[in-house]
Ligand binder design. Structure first.
Ligand SMILES: NC(=O)c1ccc[n+]([C@@H]2O[C@H](COP(=O)([O-])OP(=O)(O)OC[C@H]3O[C@@H](n4cnc5c(N)ncnc54)[C@H](O)[C@@H]3O)[C@@H](O)[C@H]2O)c1
Length: 319
């Protein structure tokens, strides 16, 4: 700092180019700075973010529903979390029923310097889930983070209770809720064996409010938040469990055969209802998942975090 305060004396103020004496001065300054920070180099560089510390280095994360979405493989919430975690050093187990798109997620991670494997599994089937955990153990011998993200919107489910066919109700419960239970049940032993870790359940703001004629999906999400609290109490302090409750998130599957104009019009209509006047991106959910999985959230347990741009607390929307 003292040296820096002398620096104007060495600047050729007319041409504003460094003179010979400035070069000499700069070399001396560099040597002194190197000397001063040689012992504390690492801490110094860390402090000023010149060295990037990976937040999930040496961790293994399993993410269900992490296939890329829609026709050309755009982002889904699960794949976006997979990419983010891989960038932070985690080895990733990508799980989905969609083999081709699941392998695409893995290919992108492996081609960009990460490590990932794909395991095809249906979370509604106990045998698939058991095999999946066994394969994870065989391959990595550890599991530190489970992200439950797989969910289905299939069937005749946009109805009230009276009109929802029982088989469609049961199918959604079996995937969207029981799938989370099954994944937790069979992965917890491996997480404990690995020294503990974190479970993140992708829930929804639908857990907190009702949309007319859409009954089963919110019921699963409300139950997931309750499951989150149960897990958080039963498996603390070894495992922290939290859920993320997004509002509307734009994913590749939002395209759903809409023309670009139709898609934009639809998204704009939704965005209007949000105080932030835009919808959420998959990256914004991945950031929260990373935070909850990392040590930065080391005292957060059993929470259901709304990531909805203020939707729930505002009166700018109509329920
Ligand atoms: N997109 C949103 O607006 C939004 C909002 C709130 C919550 N969510 C939640 O985010 C999570 C991810 O959804 P998304 O929006 O990325 O949709 P998505 O359809 O792109 O992702 C869901 C994934 O789950 C997979 N899947 C479905 N059934 C499965 C099964 N039985 N076994 C294994 N995998 C299965 C699908 O193949 C798909 O890849 C879901 O839990 C969803 O409820 C989404």
């Amino acid at each position: 700092m003292i040296l820096t305060s002398f620096s104007p004396n060495f600047i050729d103020s007319k041409c504003e180019k460094p003179t010979f004496s400035v070069c000499m001065y700069q070399s001396i300054q560099e040597v002194m700075i190197n000397f001063i920070f040689s012992r504390y180099n690492f801490l110094f560089l860390r402090r000023y973010s010149l060295i990037k510390i990976m937040k999930l280095k040496n961790k293994v994360a399993l993410i269900t529903g992490a296939a890329l979405g829609y026709k050309d493989g755009g982002a889904s919430i699960g794949s976006s979390i997979a990419f983010r975690f891989a960038k932070e050093g985690a080895k990733i187990v990508v799980v989905d029923i969609l083999e081709e798109m699941g392998k695409r997620t893995v290919q992108i991670i492996n081609e960009t310097g990460g490590t990932a494997i794909f395991i095809k599994a249906d979370v509604s089937k106990t045998e698939d889930v058991k095999n999946l955990i066994q394969s994870t153990e065989d391959r990595f011998n550890q599991l530190n983070c489970l992200v439950n993200c797989a969910a289905s919107y299939e069937g005749d489910i946009f109805h009230n209770v009276m009109d929802t066919p029982e088989k469609d109700w049961e199918n959604i419960i079996n995937i969207n809720l029981n799938g989370y239970f099954r994944m937790a049940k069979y992965s917890i032993p491996l997480i404990l064996k690995s020294g503990g870790g974190s479970i993140i359940n992708i829930s929804s703001n639908a857990a907190f409010h009702v949309t007319k004629d859409f009954c089963v999906y919110p019921v699963t999400k409300a139950a997931i938040n309750s499951l989150t609290r149960t897990l958080a109490v039963d498996f603390a302090p070894k495992i922290r469990t939290n859920s993320i409750c997004p509002g509307f998130v734009r994913i590749a599957n939002s395209e759903n055969d809409r023309t670009p104009e139709e898609l934009q019009e639809w998204i704009d209509g939704i965005a209007k209802k949000y105080p932030l006047k835009r919808v959420c991106s998959v990256d914004e959910i991945a950031n929260i998942a990373l935070f909850l999985a990392s040590n930065e959230a080391s005292y957060i347990n059993g929470q259901s975090l709304s990531v909805d741009g203020g939707y729930l607390i505002s009166d700018t929307h109509d329920f």
